[in-house]
Design a protein around this ligand. Structure first.
Ligand code: PLP
Length: 379
């Protein structure tokens, strides 16, 4: 039996050498290596500002702080996403307003956002789910009468994806990436924020580091200690050079790895069509980052299918149950799952197949064979 892991990172000895180089220097936390990666990110995304953070989650908290989101504010989020998207809103004392997603792409739609606006709406967090970018240009259009509303893209799944040629960050106030262990670019734990606003970048320098006016590297510049001040509250969200050192090679090789992801996704899509399995539709004009490959089956079949695949040595995951259907949100806001029928039904029937660059052909074939046998046994 071929055992297939859900995910394997592609870090190599060259990356280990980059970490060893940091260990050889006297400076371990945020310094020259991170600044080099930030320059690389500015060039990759063609954006004026990019800041490394130690997770998407802390980066989002730093961004919401910088945008003064807090109690009394509403923030629109999709009902189908990872819990972090709405948890950061909760953490700041604002109210997440969940909106159901499109039945075909499972993405947050501009028109659905328009119907959820109230005078209290302060921000929207569209999620580029599974690697497919939302229509951020369309979102900007429906928000054109409300310049007070901020848009923060959850680009945790979409480092290399495009929509009509544009990367995340083009039609928003900020886009936030995750470099968590299983993401398309990873340093174990980490993330980055890109923004086209110089004023927001200036605030993020503070809100990602306690609210301090100078980072560690700047406090000891050229051998002279410099005082620092704090004029606003921040969080501890800076990324250490030890982890930033793992990023440069992955960023330069991202297009090559995307081609490998696309090839595997195409094989899976062909198999799913043959087996009558539902997969999210791709919107026109999208270059999909193919972060993960979810499928959907009859909810009664989902958990038995997970077990049947596991018994055949195939690791799978669930991405995701609908967020408002989780106990915390259900109990706090009195949601019933059917308030967001598309997200709820998808969440009850979805499971994710293994997909990673460098996945051997026999592993891909083993996943499809196991899927075929398991469905034949269960249907
Ligand atoms: C992984 C993920 C996050 C959280 O990222 P961290 O870097 O682990 O904080 C947020 N949103 C989505 C959609 C994710 O998949």
């Amino acid at each position: 039996m071929t055992k297939v892991e859900f995910f394997r990172h592609g870090l190599t000895r060259a990356d280990a050498q980059a970490v060893a180089d940091v260990l050889d220097s006297p400076f371990l936390t945020s310094g020259a290596v991170g600044r080099g990666v930030e320059l690389q990110l500015r060039q990759f995304f063609d954006m004026p500002a990019a800041m490394l953070v130690n997770s998407w989650t802390n980066g989002a908290v730093a961004t919401l702080l910088a945008l003064d989101v807090g109690p009394g504010d509403e923030v629109i989020v999709p009902a189908m996403t990872f819990i972090a998207t709405s948890n950061v809103v909760e953490l700041l004392g604002a109210r997440p307003v969940f909106v159901d997603v499109a039945p075909d792409t499972l993405l947050l739609q501009p028109q659905a956002v328009a119907s959820a606006l109230t005078p209290r709406t302060k921000a929207v967090i569209p999620v580029h789910l599974y690697g497919q970018m939302c229509d951020t240009a369309g979102l900007q259009e429906v928000l054109s009468g409300r310049p007070d509303i901020r848009v923060i893209e959850d680009a945790a799944h979409c480092f290399e994806g495009l929509r009509n040629g544009d990367s995340p960050g083009r039609y928003s106030d900020a886009a936030i990436f995750s470099f968590y262990a299983t993401k398309n670019v990873t340093c174990g734990e980490g993330g980055a924020i890109v923004t086209r606003h110089a004023w927001l970048a200036d605030q993020l320098v503070k809100t990602r580091l306690h609210g301090m006016s100078a980072g560690a590297a700047d406090r000891f510049k050229a051998g002279f200690y410099r005082h620092w001040d704090m004029d606003r509250l921040g969080v501890k969200a800076n990324l250490p050079d030890l982890l930033a050192a793992l990023l440069p090679l992955q960023i330069t090789s991202i297009r090559d790895r995307l081609a490998q992801r696309e090839r595997i996704a195409a094989v899976y899509e062909e198999a799913c069509a043959r087996l009558g399995l539902r997969v999210p539709a791709s919107a026109p004009g999208v270059v999909h980052a193919r972060h993960i490959f979810p499928i959907h089956v009859d909810p009664a079949l989902r958990d038995p299918l997970i077990t049947a695949l596991n018994e055949r040595g195939i690791s799978v995951a669930v991405n995701y149950r609908s967020v408002p259907a989780t106990t915390y949100y259900r109990e706090k806001y009195g949601f019933v799952p059917q308030d967001f029928p598309v997200a709820w039904q998808w969440g009850e029937g979805t499971l994710t197949l293994p997909l990673y660059p460098g996945m051997p052909d026999e592993a891909i074939a083993a996943v499809i064979a196991a899927l075929e046998q398991s469905l034949a046994q269960l249907r």
